[in-house]
Design a protein around this ligand. Structure first.
Ligand code: NAP
Ligand code: G4F
Length: 347
């Protein structure tokens, strides 16, 4: 029987890699979009041992004509749009580019589907950042949006477009409103990976002090593998197209995350000092592990995000395999294994 085909943009990112693995195991043919580079670093795909099972096409997401050609040539059953300028801080430095990739490129892909009369379904990776500093203690599909960064505004524009085109053209276009999700494969600039890698690097490699921004902001952190399963359920199990919040329902601060990492590594720590002078030290020898650097504070800090995943749990029977402790344990274990390995990789 002919395999069903999916096109994944951002295949080389954290989610793209895990989603490819998930769909390969379910016998899908995977077409992956990569941006051209002079040196391809497909370490995440190699880590999961799936590089050779993917057919690659090369394009920037905003090369509109090229993207149209690839969609028309491959005619996928589903496009999972996971490519994005995904770093909130950078969107303040380069809002035009962030909008081009996170909004205009989405509009282009949806137009290709609609104008060519394709049946292709479309998954959009929307974000909890769209809620901004919400007055509610947790956010669900009905919570008003109040974005606080160019990144969040660009993603909200695409989110609204997906809904509008779904209702206007009757297409199977869906968004997952994804809260933060992490793993060993997370990019190095994001705070969880930065903390885990930084602390493991201090103890196993004599690495430098880790410099961070606001330790008091909190996030609803899940494991990327659980979130990939949610994407799959939204596109493959749902009878009607819809949008779903994907979250764990629990929030922890950056400080909590640091404590949990140290607990997993059997390091006893203490926080000393206040504000920009705060430090995290190893109680055993007073060694400074973490200090604060103003440059990591955001222009408009989003202090707390906590999702309410009731809809996806009830309607699609989504279940979580990882809680906060298991997520951190998994990240720490894989980071230590990686740093000890002769072929260690760093994203
Ligand atoms: P990620 O690791 O940053 O991956 C993003 C991918 O997009 C990378 O493969 C990157 O390519 C690709 N990309 C970026 N700009 C591109 C361009 N101009 N043309 C083509 N490809 C481009 O992100 P992720 O964590 O996997 O997240 C996946 C999606 O979910 C993103 O859309 C993100 O905004 C969204 N999201 C993520 C989270 C989360 O907590 N992880 C939460 C909410 C929403 P390179 O490999 O070449 O850099
Ligand atoms: O890890 P972060 O950079 O993730 P952020 O901004 O929440 O964005 C991630 O999750 C979103 C979903 O809510 C996605 F849409 C987005 O694509 C991305 O995947 O920062 C988390 C928190 C922030 O409050 C930040 O201010 O950590 C705080 N933080 C403190 N020190 C830091 C640092 N963040 C980073 N990146 N680096 C620091 O040194």
């Amino acid at each position: 029987m002919k395999k069903k085909k999916v096109l994944i943009t951002g295949i080389n990112g954290q989610d793209g890699a895990y989603l490819s693995k998930h769909l390969i195991e379910k016998n899908y043919e995977i077409v992956g979009l990569l941006r051209r580079s002079s040196s391809y670093k497909l370490q995440r795909l190699d880590y999961l041992n799936i590089r050779n099972k993917i057919k690659f096409f090369h394009s920037e997401l905003n090369e509109y004509k090229n993207i149209e050609r690839i969609i028309l040539e491959t005619k996928p059953e589903i496009i999972y749009n996971l490519a994005a300028q995904s770093f909130v801080q950078y969107s303040f430095e380069n809002p035009t580019y962030s909008f081009d990739i996170n909004f205009s490129s989405v509009l282009n892909m949806l137009e290709v589907i609609i104008r060519n009369g394709l049946d292709t379904k479309f998954f959009q990776a929307s974000t909890s950042e769209m809620f901004g500093n919400s007055k509610l203690t947790s956010q669900n599909e009905n919570t008003p949006f109040n974005p606080t960064s160019p990144y969040a505004i660009s993603k909200l524009s695409s989110h609204q477009l997906i809904k509008n085109f779904r209702e206007s053209y009757g297409k199977f276009f869906c968004s997952g409103i994804l809260f933060n999700h992490e793993s060993f494969l997370r990019g190095r600039e994001f705070v969880t990976k930065k903390i885990v890698h930084g602390l493991v690097n201090i103890y196993y490699n004599n690495g430098p002090i880790v410099k961070l921004g606001n330790l008091n902001s909190s996030r609803d952190w899940g494991h990327a593998e659980d979130f990939i399963n949610a994407m799959y359920l939204i596109m493959h199990k749902s009878r009607l197209p819809d949008d779903y919040v994907v979250a764990t329902g629990r929030a922890f601060s950056i400080r909590d995350f640091i404590k949990k990492v140290c607990e997993c590594m059997n390091i006893k720590i203490r926080f000393i000092g206040k504000g920009y002078q705060e430090k995290c030290i190893d109680i055993k020898n007073n060694k400074i592990l973490i200090s604060i650097d103003r440059k990591y504070f955001r222009e408009n800090e989003l202090l707390k995000l906590k999702g309410n995943p009731n809809k996806i749990k009830k309607k699609l029977n989504w279940k979580l395999k990882y809680n906060f402790s298991k997520l951190v344990e998994d990240m720490v274990k894989k980071e230590i294994d990686n740093i000890k390995s002769e072929n260690s990789i760093f994203f």
